[in-house]
Design a protein around this ligand. Structure first.
Ligand SMILES: Cc1cc2nc3c(=O)[nH]c(=O)nc-3n(C[C@H](O)[C@H](O)[C@H](O)COP(=O)(O)OP(=O)(O)OC[C@H]3O[C@@H](n4cnc5c(N)ncnc54)[C@H](O)[C@@H]3O)c2cc1C
Length: 326
C-alpha cells in the first residue's frame, strides 16, 4: 500500500511548542468510558534514562479499540499526541509533555506468529525486540541475533530502524500495520518507509505502529543461533554500561567516523554535568549516575557537540529523540 497523503504537522513537533504542563489543575475534559486515559502521569519511570516530567494525559492501550478511542478523544479535544514505546531512545523534558501521551508497550494482544512457509514472524508493537530475537533463536531462525541487547519495543525498532553490528530492522522488515491519527489502518511495506541509518519516515510521529512482519532465515541450528545471540549480548555487556540508566548511543555515527572515538579522543569520558556523565566505559553513552535531570543530560549533549565541533568541525547529530521544551 502507499503512504497516506496526510502531511499535517508532526505531532511531536506540536508538543515541542507546548507550554509547561500544569498537572495541578484538572481540566474539565470528559474521559471516554472505553479508554483508560489518566491525568498527570509521571513519565520518569517509563524511560530508560529515568528522567523527565509528567504527561498531561496518558494512555497505555491494551487493544486496538482503546488506541483508536484515545486518538479520537485527543483529536476532538484538540490535544497534541506523543507516541512512546519502551522509552529507551527518549529524552523527555523535566517540564513534561502537554496533550496525550500514548505508550504502546502493552499493545501486544495478539500472540507472536511464526509462519514456516514464508519464514516470517508477525508480532504486535508492544513486543520487546529482545524477547522476539530469543524466541526466533530458540526455533533456529536466524537474522535477529543483533536485537537481543536492544531494550525497546518492536514499534520503536520499526520507527528507529534499530540495529547493531552492521545489521538493522530494515533488513528483515517485510511490512508494518500502522494507525493513522484519524483512526484508519494502513499496511506499509519496507519500501514505503524510506529507511536509512537509524531513520524512517515514521519518525514524524504521524502514524502509530501496531504490528510488524519480519522475514528471517528458518531451518538453522537453534544451538548455533543461540550461541551467536549470547556472543552479541556478552560483547555489549563488556563494553557498554548496561548497569546504569542510559539511552544507548546518544549520537549517530558521522560516517566514516565513530561518535564514541571522537568523544573519547577529546578526553570527555567521565565528564559530568549534574548527575549526567559521559560513560567511562563507552563514550557515546551518557549515564544517569543517580539524580540527573533531563536538563543536565541536554546540557551535556550540547557540551559534547560543541567540543567535537570546535576540534573536528563535525556536527554530532543526536540519535535520541528529545521531547518537550528544554
Ligand atoms: C542500553 C541500551 C542499548 C541500546 N542499544 C541500541 C542498539 O544497539 N541499537 C539501536 O538501534 N538502538 C539501541 N538503543 C536505543 C533504543 O533501544 C532503540 O532505539 C529502540 O528501538 C527504541 O525502542 P522503544 O520502544 O524504546 O522506543 P522509544 O524510545 O519509546 O521511542 C523511539 C521513537 O519511536 C517512536 N515510537 C515508539 N513506539 C512507537 C509506535 N508504536 N508507533 C509509532 N512510533 C513509535 C517514538 O515516538 C520515538 O520517536 C539502546 C538503548 C539502551 C538503553
Amino acid at each position: 500500500m502507499t503512504l497516506s497523503q496526510d502531511r499535517s504537522p508532526s505531532v511531536n513537533t506540536r508538543i515541542q511548542q507546548s507550554v509547561e504542563v500544569d498537572t495541578h489543575t484538572h481540566p474539565e475534559l470528559e474521559i471516554p468510558t472505553d479508554c483508560p486515559i489518566r491525568f498527570a502521569v509521571s513519565l520518569k519511570g517509563l524511560t530508560t534514562w529515568k528522567v523527565g516530567g509528567a504527561a498531561e494525559w496518558y494512555l497505555e492501550p491494551r487493544t486496538l479499540a482503546e488506541t483508536q478511542s484515545g486518538l479520537a478523544w485527543a483529536r476532538q479535544n484538540g490535544l497534541p499526541i506523543t507516541l512512546i514505546g519502551a522509552g529507551s531512545n527518549l529524552l523527555i523534558s523535566d517540564r513534561g509533555l502537554a496533550g496525550l501521551v500514548i505508550c504502546t508497550r502493552h499493545l501486544r494482544h495478539v500472540n507472536t506468529q511464526f509462519d514456516n512457509e514464508t519464514q516470517s514472524i508477525s508480532a504486535d508493537a508492544g513486543k520487546m525486540v529482545a524477547s522476539l530475537a530469543w524466541q526466533a533463536a530458540r526455533r533456529g531462525w536466524g537474522g535477529m541475533e543483533w536485537a537481543a541487547g536492544i531494550p525497546g519495543t518492536l514499534g520503536g525498532a520499526v520507527v528507529m530502524n534499530a540495529g547493531a553490528h552492521g545489521h538493522s530492522t530494515q533488513e528483515i522488515l517485510v511490512s508494518t500495520d500502522v494507525l493513522n491519527l484519524d483512526g484508519s489502518i494502513e499496511t506499509l511495506t519496507n519500501q514505503d518507509l524510506d529507511y536509512s541509518y537509524r531513520t524512517s519516515n515514521l519518525q514524524d510521529g504521524s502514524r502509530l505502529v501496531i504490528s510488524a512482519k519480519f522475514h528471517l532465515q528458518a531451518a538453522g541450528d537453534p544451538e548455533e543461533i543461540k550461541a551467536r545471540t549470547f556472543r552479541d549480548l556478552e560483547k555489549r555487556h563488556s563494553n557498554q554500561p548496561y548497569d546504569r540508566p542510559s539511552c544507548g548511543s546518544v549520537f549517530r555515527n558521522p560516517s566514516p567516523q565513530h561518535a564514541a572515538a571522537l568523544i573519547e579522543g577529546l578526553g570527555l569520558k567521565g565528564y559530568r554535568i549534574g548527575d549526567a556523565e559521559v560513560s567511562t566505559l563507552h563514550a557515546n553513552f551518557i549515564i544517569n549516575r543517580q539524580d540527573a535531570k533531563a536538563s543536565d543530560i541536554r546540557e551535556l549533549i550540547y557540551y559534547v557537540q560543541s567540543q567535537v565541533k570546535a576540534k573536528h568541525s563535525i556536527e554530532l547529530e543526536p540519535e535520541v529523540k528529545m521531547l518537550g521544551e528544554f
